[in-house]
Design a protein around this ligand. Structure first.
Ligand SMILES: C[S@@+](CC[C@H](N)C(=O)[O-])C[C@H]1O[C@@H](n2cnc3c(N)ncnc32)[C@H](O)[C@@H]1O
Length: 225
């Protein structure tokens, strides 16, 4: 992993400005599902953690990108710089979220990152509920563009077998940069098996409550049996 993580300062600022609220319409619904201490993996700038805290859900989180950790901490969130595949969850964590395809990031040759994260997280004794979304096997090549007052964003996604590369070109405050993200696609049947092997049941859907997922993604609510 690069020292800057997956999102350097410019890309993190652009994500915060344009993309952190992608599933915000589902936050109320998510809060109603959570009955114990929350840990948010890949918390980004902490938008969801802040919402949860404001609605009575105590939580903490982690992210692999230092710029996001700084942003979330600036909003008084308890966030550590850690990888979802190795993070030490607080002992009492019963509920985990990973919103925005957080668990999908890994180089094509790496083991499947969703399985690696579940193998690490599911044995946690207090854990009984996990909500996350992943990229489905029907993902296609796509292009996305966007912009705001001081930024432009252009992404080209190329799917090769069970993995994808997203080449992201950004301009912010007159500075250009290019970042490549690599992610794995996830087969829903394989995912059910991985969870079942850990004693969890998977409820698979296409929304967080009223908030529809992006195209070619699906969400999982995993509950300990
Ligand atoms: C698309 S962003 C979503 C951020 C946030 N959850 C949201 O919904 O706005 C993906 C996030 O996952 C983080 N991330 C990716 N792989 C990770 C890993 N293995 N461990 C921790 N964070 C990770 C990235 O740094 C980034 O913040």
């Amino acid at each position: 992993m690069e020292p800057g993580g997956l999102y350097d300062a410019d890309l993190a600022a652009i994500h915060a400005a344009g993309f952190s609220s992608t599933y915000a319409d589902g936050f109320h619904w998510l809060v109603t599902q959570i009955e114990g201490p929350l840990f948010d993996l890949g918390c980004g700038d902490g938008t969801w953690l802040r919402f949860a805290a404001g609605h009575g859900v105590a939580g903490a989180g982690c992210d692999i990108s230092p710029s996001f950790v700084e942003m979330a901490r600036a909003h008084a969130m308890t966030v550590q710089l850690s990888d979802a595949q190795t993070v030490a969850l607080p002992c009492d964590t019963s509920h985990v979220t990973a919103l925005g395809e957080v668990l999908c990031y890994a180089a094509p040759e790496a083991p499947h990152p969703v399985k690696a994260a579940l193998d690490h997280l599911c044995p946690h004794p207090a854990l009984r509920w996990i909500a996350f979304d992943v990229i489905g096997p029907d993902m296609t090549d796509t292009r996305g563009t966007g912009g705001g007052a001081d930024w432009r964003y252009d992404s080209i996604t190329t799917v090769t077998g069970p993995a994808l590369r997203r080449r992201i070109t950004v301009t912010r405050n007159g500075r250009d940069s290019v970042t490549n993200h690599y992610q794995h696609l996830t087969d829903p049947d394989a995912l059910r098996h991985w969870l079942s092997d850990h004693g969890f049941e998977a409820d698979i859907g296409d929304s967080y409550g009223p908030a529809p997922l992006l195209p070619h993604r699906f969400r999982v609510i995993a509950r300990r049996r």
